[in-house]
Ligand binder design. Structure first.
Ligand code: SF4
Length: 252
């Protein structure tokens, strides 16, 4: 059993495959909370909840009544087929943190189906959940966008930086890259030092940096600083195209 929050066909808004037509499956639950990102949502019971820009896929206590309970792989396949996707469309598994289900039989069976169907599958992950490549070799054929969280997430270091989880992913997946969320106020020596420390574990991976924020105004406020940071450090700037285009709207 697992929780599905939403699914939608759009374009990838972040990272190496920005612009690619992609079907998103957003799974419910996360091993973090990231209140430092400061996004606010109103829960169905009227409570104001603070977290990341997908707090509605993180906080089961407040938003779980809207989540769909999935008990069999075929339920996900039925959703997939309902989109009648063109051959080249990608599949993006996101959340919350999709890899909290990395050992889940329904989840693994769906990933196996997708890969066997010739789909390119990307996991948007915080890089803190281990993946068992021995037991589930299908993950070797997937792509992992490793959004390891920085101090600006508000999460304690030991919870957010877990080399024991992301180093094996970098070693065994067919492709992976780092993707950091940056705000202008955090740019400075400490952030550089922190990113150096994380990337040193997998120096072969490309590093993308993108502006923090859950609204167009937020990311616009951080964009120039992040561009300057990328220029100074030799990283690749990643926009957040879906927010740039659709602002706070969900499911696009
Ligand atoms: S790890 Fe990602 S999904 Fe989880 S709370 Fe942080 S930003 Fe949100």
């Amino acid at each position: 059993m697992l929780y599905l929050v939403e699914h939608f066909y759009s374009i990838q808004g972040e990272g190496r495959y920005t612009g690619r037509p992609s079907l998103f499956f957003r799974f419910g639950g996360c091993n973090m909370r990231c209140e430092g990102f400061g996004c606010r949502e109103t829960a169905p019971d009227g409570a104001a909840v603070t977290g990341c820009d997908t707090v509605y896929a993180v906080d089961r206590a407040h938003f779980g009544t809207r989540w769909l309970c999935i008990e069999h792989r075929d339920e996900l396949i039925t959703i997939l087929k309902s989109y009648d996707l063109p051959e080249g469309a990608d599949i993006v598994m996101t959340g919350g943190e999709p890899l909290i289900y990395a050992d889940n039989a329904v989840f693994v069976a769906f990933v196996e189906y997708l890969v066997a169907s010739g789909r390119r599958v990307t996991f948007e992950t915080n890089g803190a959940m281990p993946v068992n490549f021995e037991r589930f070799p299908v993950y070797r054929q997937c792509i992992f966008a490793l959004s390891v969280k920085l101090a600006n997430s508000g999460e304690p270091f030991a919870r957010r930086v877990r080399p024991a989880a992301f180093v094996p992913i970098a070693a065994h997946a067919k492709e992976s890259f780092f993707k950091f969320t940056i705000d202008r106020d955090s740019i400075g020596e400490n952030m550089e030092h922190e990113i150096d420390g994380i990337t040193a574990y997998a120096p072969q991976l490309e590093v993308f940096c993108m502006p923090m924020g859950g609204s167009r105004a937020d990311i616009e406020a951080n964009t120039e600083a992040v561009v300057g940071f990328c220029k100074a450090r030799g990283y690749t700037y990643s926009d957040r195209l879906h927010i740039r285009i659709w602002d706070k709207n969900k499911g696009v």
